[in-house]
Design a protein around this ligand. Structure first.
Ligand code: MCN
Length: 783
């Protein structure tokens, strides 16, 4: 494969369109559509006694009002539990509209369709729902005590309980290893809820023409949304199209499929025979979509005089909110990814997943890893402090060596496959990050601290993605893949892969994602998987097309395919560049219905209709057209890694935390586009700084979310984000043809751990929570 474009910091081709206002987001579509709006529960826990929609019916422009009772059988059922797990003994999902009980503020109760959004909202305001308030349970530990119950039939609010244990080489349990260790420590960590908060909320627009249903959704998984809609509405799959237009961020929250609105809006469009659109507003997003992160973690560690961890026990209380549409994937990821780049003698992790009367939990960028890394890296810092050792040295003492890959952590990963790291070089990475931040030359001063943290991230999970590649007679290359894009730069990187594989200029390649009309088989964009899974599928499809192009060109040029190469979109005989034929011409030749070929001029002429009499039919085993499709299915995940370091200053009076420097060393295998990866890392770090210092979901005891707007939810601005210094290490993955590992979540994962490490160093306090506000620091100082 050529390396000319693969690995180059090519500028993002989608940016001109997006930055000049020519992006088409959900709300840009369906201008004449009817509008849907929802009456949502104002109570965290209540029984619905009655719904009176009478007054709303008088609103001029009102088209329809639906409660749960109005929904047909398929639509009325609870939403699917997407990832079941044997440990999830009491999984519960919501009805698309509340049936009899609401379990969090924001749960949808009534859908209104009207001529426009104003009228729909006016009608919502006139609907009277008679609630019998029930006692809510909001705090995680209170809910874990077992009362009040969120679901009457879930004893103790316990959705799932799982223990995973990895004994030592000598067969000792973690407890035995800890108890026989020279040193032990135990501590508790509190991690608050946060949320994805993409700038564009969710949204769906549906049109039914009597035969086919077309749905636009601001989603991360258009093919899965399509399958869910077809199943729920009883339509054959080919009659449903789902298209993700430009999506203004997802960060995890848009992987849920289907959201209730993604079923209700298409169903109403079919029922009314009208185009209908719903666009989520910011408050709806905070109270009706999903959150993540909230966990309490208890840690016990035993270690030797060099800081090597001999035994580790972690007990996690996971806050699941009111429902479990995504199963227990988040605490499973915490449990398995917690081990990071370390060889831990013996490990036991136990989690309990607890229901509360709050918004449900589904993965948010990083998905359980920030909590796991916080746990492990706090452990490393505390060991160093206990033994009086350098924090970097303690980490180094526990690293998996570069010659120990593949390294088996002897656990089961989130995808059900063995947790085996494929490649990496953690000591080299530590050397790089220490050098980048100036670890050994750091000048100590009051209220100034330095910190670091390491992580490993399983990326590129299966089961598969596909790619379709077609070269047309104008020489242009059309690539499509089924997964969707939310800002990751896929139009650029997939074009880089195709251009490199095919030997064509980048400008001749166009990429379509997230449109089931173009590619119907896909899983979706999450878990930092697009580059690995779709990227390799596209490369494999390109290789098929390349081989076919060489076969056809060889016949036309009367050469052996093995003597041909492609450069700048032209097939030529190696060593005889004048014997050549453009790929566009090869594409014409690939369709025997429509050409004649002049071997003198190497030109193909297209006919509009009949087969030329002198041409043979398609060769046996060959398909017409210069196109190909392939799929890539990883045998298991590939493990990216990174180390971050920061220097912070804290204000002696106000306890304000200022990040002076922030450095990242990252390894995602072979880089397709270093500039895009850096952009992903920068965005992730910014999000991580939000999670480390500012963002929390402020629930009161009644389950009201007090900061459900960007006026009150403290998202960092550019002014809070320092310049991020980035360096790359490339340890190619041996698991996939392109040697890629994922990068999309990397930036966010260790930030809270790094900041905690640095603030602790600056302040001499014991940081035990994320996020860490100035008032927390003040409190930890004993103020
Ligand atoms: N890349 C690369 N070389 C590599 C690995 C990745 O050039 N060795 C490039 C990829 O080609 C892609 C980007 O980096 O353009 C991220 O790739 P990947 O790690 O495969 O992640 P995905 O494309 O699957 O994106 C998902 C990931 C996740 S899980 C979340 S959450 C997230 C994220 O990406 N949400 C985002 N980044 C986001 N970025 C934006 N702007 N918006 C979101 O909602």
């Amino acid at each position: 494969m050529g390396t000319r474009l693969f690995g180059e910091p090519v500028r993002r081709v989608e940016d001109e369109r997006l930055l000049t206002g020519r992006g088409r987001y959900l709300d840009d579509l369906g201008r004449d559509a009817l509008a849907a709006a929802f009456v949502r529960s104002p109570h965290a826990h209540a029984r619905i006694r009655d719904i009176d929609v009478g007054a709303a019916l008088d609103v001029e422009g009102l088209v329809a009002v639906y409660t749960w009772e109005d929904l047909p059988a398929g639509v009325a059922e609870p939403l699917p539990l997407l990832i079941p797990h044997p440990a999830l003994t009491h999984g519960r999902t919501a009805y698309p509209l509340a049936r009899d009980v609401v379990r969090h503020v924001g749960e949808p109760v009534v859908m209104v369709v009207a001529a426009d959004r104003y009228l729909a909202e006016d009608a919502c305001a006139l609907i009277e729902v008679d609630y019998e308030p029930l006692k809510p349970v909001v705090g995680l530990e209170e809910a874990a005590q077992g009362a009040p119950l969120v679901h009457e039939d879930v004893p103790g609010n316990l959705g799932a309980h799982l223990v995973q244990e990895v004994p030592s080489a000598a067969g000792l349990s973690a407890r035995e290893c800890i108890e026989t260790s020279p040193h032990t420590l135990a501590f508790r960590l509190d991690i608050e809820r946060s949320a994805s908060t993409p700038l564009e909320g969710r949204g769906v627009c549906a049109r039914w023409d009597g035969g086919d249903l077309r749905v636009y959704s601001s989603t991360q998984t258009s093919t899965s949304v399509r399958m869910a809609i077809a199943a729920k509405l009883g339509l054959p799959l080919p009659r449903v199209e789902v298209i993700a237009p430009d999506v203004g961020g997802g960060f995890g929250v848009k992987i849920v499929h289907p959201w209730p609105e993604e079923i209700l809006v298409p169903w109403a469009a079919m029922t009314l025979g009208r185009e209908i659109k719903w666009t989520e507003d910011r408050r709806e997003h905070f109270i009706s979509s999903a959150h993540e992160r909230g966990q309490v973690q208890y840690v016990r560690a035993g270690f030797d005089d060099d800081g090597r961890v001999l035994g580790l026990e972690v007990t996690i209380l996971h806050d699941h909110g009111a429902y479990t549409p995504y199963g227990i994937i988040v605490p499973i990821i915490t449990s398995t990814q917690l081990l990071g780049p370390y060889k831990i003698g013996s490990y036991r992790v136990e989690f309990s997943s607890i229901y509360t009367n709050t918004v449900q939990v589904t993965p948010y960028r990083g998905a359980g890893r920030p909590q796991g890394v916080f746990c492990m890296e706090r452990t490393m810092d505390k060991i160093a402090q206990h033994l009086g050792l350098d924090r970097a040295d303690v980490r180094a003492a526990n690293f998996i060596g570069p010659d120990e890959f593949p390294y088996d952590q002897r656990m089961t990963f989130q995808d059900g496959r063995p947790l085996v790291y494929d490649s990496g070089d953690y000591p080299e990475m530590l050397r790089m990050i220490k050098e980048l931040i100036g670890w050994d030359t750091f000048e100590r001063a009051p209220n100034r601290g330095i910190g670091l943290a390491c992580y490993v991230e399983g990326t590129g999970v299966g089961p598969y993605e596909g790619g379709h590649v077609q070269i047309t007679s104008d020489g242009r290359v059309h690539v499509s893949t089924g997964l969707t894009s939310q800002g990751q730069g896929h139009e650029t990187v997939f074009a880089q892969i195709a251009a490199s594989e095919l030997g064509v200029p980048l400008e001749t390649v166009s990429v379509v994602t997230g449109d089931t009309r173009r590619f119907g088989y896909a899983v979706g964009t999450f878990a930092s998987r697009a580059a690995v899974v779709s990227g390799n599928a596209i490369a494999l499809a390109c290789r098929k097309v390349r081989e076919k192009a060489l076969r056809i060109a060889a016949e036309a040029l009367e050469a052996d395919p093995g003597d041909l190469d492609i450069a700048d979109g032209v097939v030529h005989v190696v060593g005889a560049p004048s014997a050549s034929i453009p790929l566009g011409t090869v594409a014409v030749l690939a369709n025997p219905l429509r050409y004649s070929f002049d071997s003198e001029t190497a030109k193909a002429t297209q006919f509009s209709t009949a087969t030329p009499a002198d041409r043979p039919p398609v060769a046996e085993g060959e398909e017409p057209g210069l196109e190909g499709r392939d799929f890539y299915s990883p045998i298991r995940s590939t493990f990216a890694a990174g180390m971050h370091a920061a220097i912070v200053e804290t204000d002696p009076e106000t306890a304000e935390i200022r990040i002076v420097r922030y450095a990242v060393v990252h390894d995602c295998g072979r880089l397709i586009n270093p500039m895009i990866v850096e952009g992903q890392v920068h965005g992730g770090v910014a999000q991580g700084i939000g999670g480390a210092l500012y963002e929390r979901m402020a629930y009161d005891a009644h389950g009201q979310l007090l900061n459900a707007s960007f006026m009150d939810f403290l998202m960092p601005y550019a002014s809070e984000i320092p310049r991020i210094e980035t360096a790359h290490l490339e340890t190619p993955s041996p698991l996939n043809p392109l040697g890629i590992k994922g990068a999309g979540e990397a930036g966010v994962i260790p930030v809270s751990a790094v900041i905690a490490s640095a603030v602790e160093d600056a302040e001499g306090i014991d940081v035990d929570r994320m996020p860490l506000s100035p008032s927390d620091v003040f409190h930890l100082r004993g103020g």
